[in-house]
Design a protein around this ligand. Structure first.
Ligand code: SAH
Ligand code: SF4
Length: 474
């Protein structure tokens, strides 16, 4: 069943494959419908989505099918996000609502995992206030889900597991993956983060930076291309520091060039690229690549040097703009996207205006904009934060409005051009096919469903904010 799941356990203990086999038998009896059903919901970033696909891979091997209806589920698992308070509150609200679902179905198993569960104060709150949760596990022990679930079910006790320090450092290869789509795929190249940006919880909940070997990445990538995936995104918190800790150091540009040699009709994307480690070599690699998208997600967070310093980002506004200028020169059709934080502790309105100015200078295709959210245990959470929330909301609105105008201008300028679009699905409301350009802009157009999963040339006929419409060129 899972020969390709070579997780080594101490000799006296049972392997995860043994637990998978036993759970398949247990669930075959416990299930309420024709097959055991799991509802797996992932919050947050693509890294979490990729983890969710591994969790579903493991559950599939135990015989689970998947549902999005709580009432149908034998197991409900939330894979949580800790990056901002809003995401955490949503999780707490949704978990609270499961109390009634469990009341109607007492045999329901409720499990929580992901970044939130790595935080002591969160697992304490779950322990005290949510007694109906059966299993809580952290980001470093996903491969032990079979054993943990087995213990929660057979011992009838609540299981809380975050693993030990050695588990924080490891990479477990060979886990089964049940991918959400057939056109786009995520491929993790590295785990963890060592950057400790002062506002960010990720280094605390994802552990130290560690890179997969080039061989493991190559094998997974080639298999994806062979299976017909057309848009493969390489994932890491800072892909530009990939490979530093490998026995034989390799840099990320080398990885890109290695993968770009794989034969086939596909696109490579990657995220996230940290500006402090982004090099001209990286830009040249994109410019000269055969399959590498002309799309760069390069989060700048703030356009003001004092704020960048306080954020511990490790670059200046000038260095960022120099890099962007070089990239635009080498890749004239480059689509740039970014992340921004508004209202970092102590940020003044004048400093915020440097951010507005930077987005106008760069002309991003799209921006992910966030209001600063204090995170327990981070340095920024202890900094004085005098600007009231209403004021930050106003700045936020100003930034969004500016970006909307920039995006609309960029999209309008594309009218009349022909774009190579990867068709992803059909919009059920409009009946139109929807796909993405190389620069990751959504395009809709009329066409047959059989085109899903293929690249099509589409002439852009109109633009609405950040969505384009067009006609397929046959
Ligand atoms: N590793 C990536 C980002 C991961 S978190 C990078 O360095 O670019 C995704 C985004 O969430 C960040 O880029 C940042 O803009 C935002 N973010 C992280 N922590 C935040 C916080 N405490 N408050 C508001 N936004 C935050
Ligand atoms: Fe967080 Fe900074 Fe690491 Fe990104 S690079 S995950 S923002 S600490």
């Amino acid at each position: 069943m899972s020969e390709h799941f070579p997780v080594q356990m101490p000799p006296q203990t049972r392997s995860q494959s043994d637990y998978i086999r036993d759970l398949a038998q247990i669930m075959a009896v416990r299930k309420r419908g024709p097959v055991p059903m799991a509802l797996v919901h992932t919050y947050g970033c693509q890294q979490n989505v990729a983890d969710g696909e591994k969790i579903k891979g493991l559950l599939s091997e135990m015989g689970f099918s998947f549902t999005d209806k709580e009432e149908e589920a034998d197991l409900i698992l939330y894979n949580t996000c800790a990056v901002r308070e809003h995401a955490e509150n949503r999780v707490f609200g949704n978990v609270g609502a499961l109390k009634n679902v469990k009341r109607r179905n007492p045999s329901l198993i409720i499990a929580l995992c992901g970044c939130m569960m790595e935080q002591e104060h969160v697992s304490e709150r779950i322990r005290k206030s949510f007694p109906f949760v059966n299993l809580v596990f952290g980001t470093h022990v996903i491969h032990r889900l079979p054993e943990l679930l087995y213990t929660a079910i057979t011992d009838g006790r609540r299981v809380f597991e975050r693993g030990d320090e050695s588990e924080d450092q490891q990479i477990v290869e060979g886990l089964p993956v049940r991918r959400d789509g057939t056109v786009k795929a995520w491929l993790t190249v590295m785990y963890g983060c060592d950057n400790f940006c002062s506002y960010c919880v990720v280094p605390y909940v994802r552990g130290r930076e560690r890179s997969r070997t080039p061989e493991a990445i190559f094998d997974e990538f080639s298999a994806l291309v062979k299976e017909g995936y057309k848009d493969i995104t390489l994932l890491g918190q800072n892909v530009n520091s990939y490979g530093k800790n490998l026995k034989e150091p390799v840099n990320f540009s080398q990885i890109l060039r290695m993968l770009d040699e794989v034969e086939g009709d596909y696109r490579i994307r990657f995220m996230t690229s940290h500006p402090k480690d982004a090099t001209h070599e990286l830009i040249d690699t994109i410019a000269n690549g055969k399959h590498i998208s002309h799309h760069l997600h390069l989060p700048f967070q703030s356009g003001n040097n004092r704020v960048l310093r306080e954020m511990n980002r490790g670059y200046t506004r000038e260095k960022y703009l120099e890099l962007v200028e070089y990239a635009k020169e080498k890749i004239p059709d480059l689509s740039l996207t970014s992340d921004v934080i508004v209202g970092f502790p102590g940020e003044t309105y004048e400093e915020f205006l440097d951010t507005v100015d930077l987005i106008q200078k760069v002309g991003f295709t799209s921006l992910y904009t966030f209001i600063y959210s204090p995170r327990v245990g981070t340095r920024a959470a202890k900094m004085p934060d005098p600007v009231p929330a209403e004021e930050k909301s106003k700045w936020f609105a100003q930034l969004c409005k500016t970006q909307e105008q920039i995006a609309a201008r960029r999209c309008t300028a594309m009218v009349g051009t022909t774009q190579r679009v990867l068709v992803e699905d059909r919009n059920p409301k409009t009946g139109l096919l929807a796909g993405r350009t190389d620069g990751n802009i959504i395009v809709d157009f009329q066409g047959d469903e059989s085109l899903i999963g293929s690249f099509q040339n589409v002439r852009i006929t109109s633009a609405r904010n950040w969505v384009l419409s067009g006609e397929r060129i046959k």
